[in-house]
Design a protein around this ligand. Structure first.
Ligand SMILES: Cc1ncc(COP(=O)(O)O)c(C=O)c1O
Length: 383
C-alpha cells in the first residue's frame, strides 16, 4: 500500500447519494424504459422550477451542453466566442468543436471570474457569444455581461458547471444568459456520475436543443415507443447527447437536498477562510458580500514556487487535493495552435500557478475540516 492510500485521512470528494436515491435508480432498472423518458422529463421540470427558468434540457454532460448550445445558436467556423482561460478545457474545447475560435480575456484577480470590463474590448464583427464560467460556484457578473451582449447583439452562454445554487444581483444561472450549461459529473454538488443540462428562458431554443441532442429527430424515444408506434422525421443534422432515465433518477432525489447541503458547504468554507486568513503566504478567492456562491470548490492560493511541493506534501499527509485550473492557454495544444506565451493573461496565469483545491463536501466531519486546516498550516510552515 502506498503512503497516499494508507494515510487517506480526508478524501478529496465524497458524493451524497442516499439509499432513497439508489431506490429511485433501481425502480427505473425494474421498469421497461431505461433511456430518456419520464425520469428525465421529471428532472427537467424540477430543475427548471429550482432555477426559475422556462425550460431545462437534460444532456449527457456539460461539455455536450456547451457544444449543443453553440450549435443551436448556429455558431460555427469563422465565428469568435469570448471566454476565460481560467476554466476546465471543456469550455474552450466546445468552441473549437463548433469550428469557432475561442478568444480569451483575463480574469479578476480576487475571484478568478472573467473580468467583464475586458469583454467589450474583445468584441468585433466576428464575435457571436461570450461564455462566462461561474468559477468555483460564484457567478460572474451576468447583469453587466447581459448588457454588453445586448448592446453588441451577441449571446451569453453561461458555463454553470460549478453553479446550480448561486444567486447574484437577484439572478440565477439561466435567467440572464441565452442558455446556462450544468454538469452532473462525479464530483459536482449535484451528480449522477456523468450528465448535464441546459437551462433557457427561450422555449424555441429548448425545442431545438431537444432535437439536436438526439440526431435532429422530430420525436424522442419516449414519444416513439411509450404509445403506439409513430413515424419520425430527421429535420436537421444533430448529435447523440441525451441523458438516460437511469442517470436522471439519481438527480431527482438529490435536488431537494441541495439547499441544506449548501448551508453545510458554506459553513465549512467559512471555517477554512477564518483559519487560512491567519496563515502567512495563503490567500483565497473572495465571495463578495451579498452574493450566494454554490461553494463548489474551495481553493487556496500559495506562493507559486511552493505549489507543487505543497500538493505533494498534502497528499503525503492523506489530504485529497486537486488543481482547478492551470490556465488553459498555456496547455500544449493551445500554445501550439494559437501561439500563446506566458504573460498573455497574467491574472489567470498567477492563479493557475498558485492554486490548490482542498476537500469540500457536505459529509465532511468537523474533525476532517480541522485535519485539513492543520495539514495546510504544517505545509505553510515549511515555505
Ligand atoms: C468549468 C467547467 N466547465 C465544463 C465542465 C465539463 O463538464 P462535464 O464533465 O459534465 O462535461 C467542467 C467539468 O468539470 C467544468 O469544471
Amino acid at each position: 500500500m502506498s503512503a497516499v492510500e494508507s494515510l487517506s485521512a480526508v478524501e478529496f470528494y465524497r458524493h451524497s447519494v442516499t439509499e432513497s436515491d439508489i431506490q429511485e435508480v433501481t425502480a427505473v432498472l425494474r421498469s421497461v424504459f431505461l433511456t430518456t423518458g419520464p425520469k428525465s422529463a421529471a428532472f427537467e421540470k424540477a430543475f427548471a422550477e429550482y432555477l426559475g427558468v422556462e425550460d431545462v434540457v437534460s444532456v449527457s454532460s456539460c461539455t455536450s451542453a456547451l457544444f449543443l448550445s453553440l450549435a443551436a445558436l448556429d455558431i460555427t467556423a469563422g465565428d469568435e466566442v469570448i471566454t476565460t482561460p481560467l476554466t476546465f478545457i471543456a469550455t474552450s474545447n466546445a468552441v473549437l468543436h463548433a469550428g469557432a475560435t475561442p478568444v480569451f480575456v483575463d480574469v479578476e484577480p480576487d475571484t478568478g471570474n472573467i473580468d467583464v470590463a475586458l469583454v467589450k474590448g474583445a468584441i468585433n464583427e466576428r464575435t457571436k457569444a461570450v461564455i462566462p464560467v461561474h468559477l468555483y460556484g460564484l457567478m460572474a457578473d451576468v447583469r453587466t455581461l447581459a448588457e454588453t451582449c445586448a448592446d453588441a447583439g451577441i449571446d451569453m452562454i453561461e458555463d454553470a458547471a460549478h453553479a446550480a445554487e448561486p444567486i447574484r444581483d437577484g439572478f440565477r444561472p439561466g435567467q440572464k444568459g441565452t442558455a446556462a450549461c450544468f454538469s452532473f459529473y462525479a464530483t459536482k454538488n449535484l451528480t449522477c456520475g456523468e450528465g448535464g443540462a441546459i437551462a433557457t428562458n427561450r422555449r424555441e431554443l429548448g425545442e431545438r436543443l431537444r432535437r439536436l441532442r438526439q440526431h435532429g429527430m422530430s420525436k424522442g424515444a419516449a414519444e416513439r415507443y411509450t404509445s403506439r408506434y409513430q413515424h419520425w422525421d430527421m429535420v436537421e443534422l444533430g448529435y447523440k447527447a441525451n441523458l438516460s432515465d437511469i442517470n436522471a433518477a439519481l438527480l431527482v432525489g438529490q435536488l431537494p437536498r441541495l439547499e441544506a447541503q449548501l448551508a453545510r458547504r458554506e459553513a465549512i468554507a467559512r471555517r477554512y477562510e477564518e483559519a487560512f486568513a491567519a496563515i502567512d503566504g495563503i490567500s483565497y478567492p473572495i465571495v463578495p458580500a451579498g452574493m450566494r456562491s454554490a461553494r463548489h470548490l474551495f481553493t487556496i492560493w500559495v506562493p507559486p514556487q511552493h505549489r507543487d511541493t505543497s500538493l505533494s506534501m498534502l497528499q503525503d499527509k492523506g489530504i485529497g487535493v486537486a488543481v482547478n485550473y492551470r490556465a488553459v492557454h498555456l496547455l500544449s495544444y493551445y500554445r501550439e495552435r494559437f501561439g500563446f506565451e506566458p504573460g498573455s493573461f497574467p491574472n489567470a496565469e498567477r492563479i493557475g500557478a498558485s492554486t490548490i483545491t482542498l476537500p469540500l463536501y457536505p459529509s465532511m466531519t468537523e474533525q476532517q475540516v480541522e485535519t485539513v486546516i492543520k495539514a495546510v498550516g504544517e505545509v505553510a510552515a515549511t515555505w
